[in-house]
Design a protein around this ligand. Sequence first.
Ligand SMILES: O=C(O)CC[C@@H](O)C(=O)O
Ligand SMILES: [Zn+2]
Length: 540
Amino acid sequence: LPRWQMNGHKRPLAVWTSATVQWTLKQKKLAELYRIPMSRPSILSGTSLLGKRALSTTSSSPKEVMLTSEQYGVKRLPFSHVSDSDIAFFEHLIPGRVITDPDELRLFNVDWLQSVRGCSKMLLRPRTAAEISEILRYCNKRKLAVNPQGGNTGLVGGSVPVFDEIIISTALMNQVISFNSVSGILVCQAGCILENLNQYLEELDFIMPLDLGAKGSCHIGGNVATNAGGLRLLRYGSLRGTVLGLEVVLADGSILNCLASLRKDNTGYDLKQLFIGSEGTLGIITAVSILCPRKPKSVNLVFLGCQSFSQVLGTFTTCKGMLGEILSAYEFMDDKCMKLVENHLKLSNPVTGNPFYILIETSGSNTVHDEEKLNNFLEHVMASGLVTDGTVATEDKKIKMLWSLRERITEALTHDGCVYKYDLSLPVERLYDLVIDTRARLGKTAKNVVGYGHLDGNLHLNITAESYSHSLLDAIEPFVYEWTAQYNGSISAEHGLGFKKKHYIQYSKPQEAVLLMQQVKAMLDPKGILNPYKTLPASS
Ligand SMILES: O=C(O)CC[C@@H](O)C(=O)O
Ligand SMILES: [Zn+2]
């Protein structure tokens, strides 16, 4: 077998040819065809647009999104309305950082998917936990509802108001507080953009333990508040393990300083876990302490084609056995996803003609060692017929190009029509069965039924149609939830419940658990001002 070329970062896309295998060199063509995604321009942050979650075609003239309250028939809870004296109070507290202009507010009232819309009349841009504390103390007294907002990249309607909740943006809370290069512990404010943090750390030879398609826009506070999973979870685990401490402002304005930077701390209940994944309903996260891994010295990416989902699974098992400690991501997508990124985003498929595609990333400390392992693995899966075709990237630019095939599926879907989005945890061996069953059930009533996701047991099932239809929704739900529940799966693996999924929590949690959650919410936020209408169904 040919050896990998060893000229550091500048290595070209590796090409492997043998009697049975044709690894295709297509980087020139790819470079011409790929576009770096552009994102919605942020009027509040002057940061780079590169790599932000894309919304390029619609960001300049957003489509008219129906008000959530009308679309879903929700009743406003009896919160106070923002008055002139409220505006004056906030102007005094954070002068020049109160937005009431309806045009400016429009972007912050609509979610990234442009599927839900609130009608907030005011957005606040605090810089410190102390300012958020003053804001919440006032809102709690006045019974004014609030909607904490990070990068507004959530997919379940959790990051925008449902009615006129005051939006509290973390965009100006973007300071790194400390980094310890011995322990690898980073402490930063909640509004730091994930990609900026990663860039900051890379210069210090570290990386964030979390990576996801929305990295160019999402805030670390929002990531923690939703317990975002993403592409590196397989290697570095969930935020429930890597987050070591939090600073949170509670509904009454008190500041809970649990910003510990300790790997081990068994003093009482682990309160930070309550706020991780609570979607801003229990408190507003203002700072995060997080454990970061060293930057891997060698990263390789393999894009493979398979004939069946059982081969995707077989390749996964082989991969864990042969690449074990250097495996950092294992993602899959079906051919329908590939068609969508090809058609709508004009990306090019380097290994055409397969029903399934796999993206495997390795991250290690020894280039020669890693590439030898990878060669052995590729030789094995090709010879055993688990994989039919593939291409390998070792250079940064090519790695990014291949990643965009997977990372930009969500964006491609938004160009395909009305999207019905499901994010399920299932036993891995069942992962794709749900796609097959849904496709059979919906027949021609759906435009596309696609499946992709993370082999940590997380299926992203997406269904598209030319336009919204109530009867199609009735055919999908509760079918998808019941199907998931029969295998003790979760109806939200990583996106959270937000506004859209809160009524389905009982498919994944017993009544006693939901009741306890409602009691916790009532204790921490007795007036219910924090991100109302989200996460939990109203207590009966
Ligand atoms: O859009 C989706 O369904 C999934 C989004 C995200 O979790 C991903 O893994 O790309
Ligand atoms: Zn995902």
